[in-house]
Write a protein that binds this ligand. Sequence first.
Ligand code: HEC
Ligand code: HEC
Length: 320
Amino acid sequence: MKRILRALGFVLLFIVLAIAAFIGYLQLTGIPKYALEKVDFPQVEITPQRVETGAKIASVQCIYCHRGTDGKLSGRALSELPDFGEIHSANITQSKEHGIGKWTDEQIAYLLRTGCKPDGQYLPIYMPKFAHLSDEDLKSVIAFLRSGQACVQPSEIAKVPSKPSLLVKFLCHVAFKKIPYPKAVIPEPDTANAVAYGRYLVNGRYDCYACHSSDFSKLDMEFPEKSVGYMGGGNKMLTQEGKVRYTANITMCTKTGIGNWTEEDLGHALRDHKNKDGKTIREPMLPYNGLTDLEVKSIWQYIQTVPVIVNEVDRKWDQD
Ligand code: HEC
Ligand code: HEC
């Protein structure tokens, strides 16, 4: 008996030591760096059309996180992500000292696609990856960052380094790895095929799926449809003021999703921020007021093809 107890004691001690060693290893190594593959991404030609499209994409994909106190994209504390540590977004204005004025277009493209900075440093979950954006849309975002628009003009506010939590460091070792740079050009979607175009908008251009699946830490950024609870909502988010919001179930479930909605209801929700019951749709869902009719129609058609998930989400309508 004594011997068994002693053996058990050793096993326990070993487990405790192994866990302590793993935590120590995580703290020491932190967020990994990766070797960068060679890519060929020539300097982007800035055209008014690209700047306009880039501004439309950035208005829902970048500005919310990167807008600082001076109104430019100078970075801010992301207090709405407490589980991920003390996170600060970066200054991405044209400042050569504090922003990305010295980055090449290729370096920006590489970071947006894979999550890796020019020195190989990986930016975890709190900086989204744009792996599925078409090359043309990616060029448009870069053209916008290089444009004369007020919010990207140089801001001399220095970047505050983030302090990622142990959870993020852990996830970077087991789940979130660098996304490979696409081997071929990602072509423009076929806008005549509503389902294909809608799928592109939901998974590529606007990333609806990222917020509307069950949990950020269970996303599959390489294969969005494999994300846990894809489009079934329930992802717990915080507003900048710290209010809890759960994302809506936007599958076609008639009881817990938008199965009783029409295409017009969806357009109204996205552009005017009113849902079918007349309730105001709140942050962090942003107004997509620049959406074209074709975009709304295509998102709607694609949603018809997404597997229905039964998930009753507590929307906390009593909290405004
Ligand atoms: C959910 C919030 C969020 C969104 C949305 C977001 N970012 Fe970021 N971004 C961050 C955070 C946080 C960092 C800094 C991470 C760190 O270094 O600790 C960052 C870093 C960056 C950097 C690296 C800058 C540097 O000096 O290290 C660039 C470039 C960038 N973002 C561009 C963009 C662009 C362009 C978009 C839209 C297409 C975008 N981001 C959308 C949160 C966000
Ligand atoms: C940044 C995260 C985020 C992104 C990106 C996002 N949403 Fe939302 N969405 C939310 C949240 C949170 C709510 C719930 C808001 C509330 O309860 O007031 C919501 C609510 C909705 C609703 C209202 C449903 C209802 O029953 O009231 C619809 C429809 C919707 N989103 C569709 C979309 C579509 C389509 C996209 C992409 C074009 C998208 N969302 C992108 C976070 C997001």
